[in-house]
Design a protein around this ligand. Structure first.
Ligand SMILES: [Zn+2]
Length: 413
């Protein structure tokens, strides 16, 4: 029989639906799969046979009988291969070798402060090589590499602009593919974090999720109806540059009052902090253009404290630090309110380095959302902090590589 293009595509779609159903919901019998997917039993049996032959699905034990013989149950075989997930941070590169279920087998990291793309490429390779060498023997081997980066990535995987790394137009994907000989997928770190939390963390089984990554800036990954929303050209999620003060602080993006200047680690540069006397360096967040705030110095203003140092001060009850975190929390809540009103998500998950300060930011953040979000939007809204902590983006990047390998097309159930 001649198979037409359409038939082949339909089969591919059906196979991906069967595999995805078993992966997410297994153990399932063939009958369960048929019921959940709406595909007939013969189709499910044929596709399952192929998946068994490819070692992507395994039969495991007997399930409950609904009258006749007890059915064989099917599960996804996470051990069929490995991937590497990489998070390229501003100061650190982290990498983890995982199986296809996101179980971390080995992980490594190295510092990456202020490196140009060529030197950084060598560091990333040094971090990854031992992981690949130690990868266990599996039917499919190492099937891909996923990388989360702190910047804008276009549809082809080109890093267009990573302001905190100082990179523009870096084709890391092709270089990694040439070096390692496996497919590489690159995405923004907030998108990677959203994928990580949705697969393995606080966003499991959530169809409408906004993940807010707060560190030295803010980015969001939006999952709408089960799919990562990337916008027309892949640039969606730059919520850190959503203005929350129309005449506020001048931002390096050219706008004013950007959310990340008030609600990320960037806010530390504007607050009176331990050991500093007198007034805040800027009063109520309203820039006065006749003063030096519009200078280049103001744009590049970097915090003089790290989150780890400030948390220590907060623990010791330092009044300025505690007040600063309450204000960061309130501002975080104001931006989240805008996202809640605009997107009506089921759940907001907050991740990234700033979440280390959760005890000091959470009350003011929740109060701001409770006070400001529209009542219908707020009613069934869940708000949580990341479950994967500092691993959201690494695991999410690994998952992007798994997804690519499993040939998931844009279908969801
Ligand atoms: Zn901005």
């Amino acid at each position: 029989m001649r198979v037409t293009g359409d038939q082949a595509l339909v089969k591919k779609l059906n196979k991906s639906i069967v595999l995805d159903t078993i992966r997410r919901r297994g153990p399932l019998s063939r009958t369960d799969v048929s019921e959940r997917t709406g595909l007939n039993k013969a189709t499910v049996s044929n596709l399952t046979l192929e998946l068994l032959e490819q070692n992507l699905v395994e039969e495991t034990g007997l399930g409950q009988s609904s009258g006749g013989r007890k059915p064989l149950m099917l599960i996804f075989n996470g051990a069929a291969g490995c991937v590497v997930g990489v998070e390229l941070g501003v100061t650190l590169v982290k990498a983890a070798l995982t199986d296809l279920n996101g179980e971390i087998l080995f992980e490594r990291s190295a510092s990456l402060g202020g490196l140009d793309p060529d030197t950084a490429f060598d560091v990333i390779c040094e971090v990854m090589e031992p992981l690949l060498q130690d990868a266990p023997e599996t039917p499919h081997g190492t099937v891909g590499i996923g990388i989360g980066v702190p910047g804008m990535v276009d549809e082809s995987g080109l890093i267009l602009y990573a302001p905190n790394l100082g990179w523009k137009g870096v084709d890391l994907k092709s270089r990694m593919e040439d070096r390692f000989g496996v497919p590489v997928v690159i995405d923004n770190e907030a998108n990677a974090g959203a994928a990580g939390e949705r697969e393995y963390g606080a966003g499991r089984h959530v169809r409408h999720l906004v993940y807010v990554s707060a560190g030295m800036g803010i980015g969001s990954g939006m999952i709408i109806d089960g799919q990562l929303y990337k916008g027309a050209w892949g640039y969606a999620g730059e919520t850190g540059h959503m203005s929350i003060e129309s005449d506020g602080r001048l931002c390096s993006c050219g706008s004013r009052g950007c959310w990340e200047l008030y609600a990320s680690e960037r806010a530390y540069a504007y607050a009176p902090l331990p050991g500093q006397h007198g007034q805040p360096r800027e009063d109520d967040g309203v820039a006065n253009s006749s003063k030096t705030l519009d200078s280049v110095e103001a744009l590049n203003r970097l915090p003089s404290f790290t989150t780890a140092e400030l948390i220590e001060h907060a623990r010791q009850g330092d009044v300025k630090t505690v007040a600063m975190y309450a204000e960061v929390g309130r501002r975080l809540g104001i931006g989240i309110t805008n996202l809640v009103n605009g997107f009506n998500p089921e759940k907001i998950v907050i991740g990234g380095p700033l979440t280390e300060a959760k005890p000091w930011i959470e009350p003011a953040m929740l109060a701001a959302i409770a006070e400001r979000a529209l009542p219908y939007h707020r009613r069934e809204l869940a708000i949580a902090f990341s479950e994967l902590g500092s691993r959201s983006a690494v695991l999410g990047a690994a998952h992007l590589a798994v997804s690519q390998f499993l040939g998931r097309v844009r279908v969801s159930l």
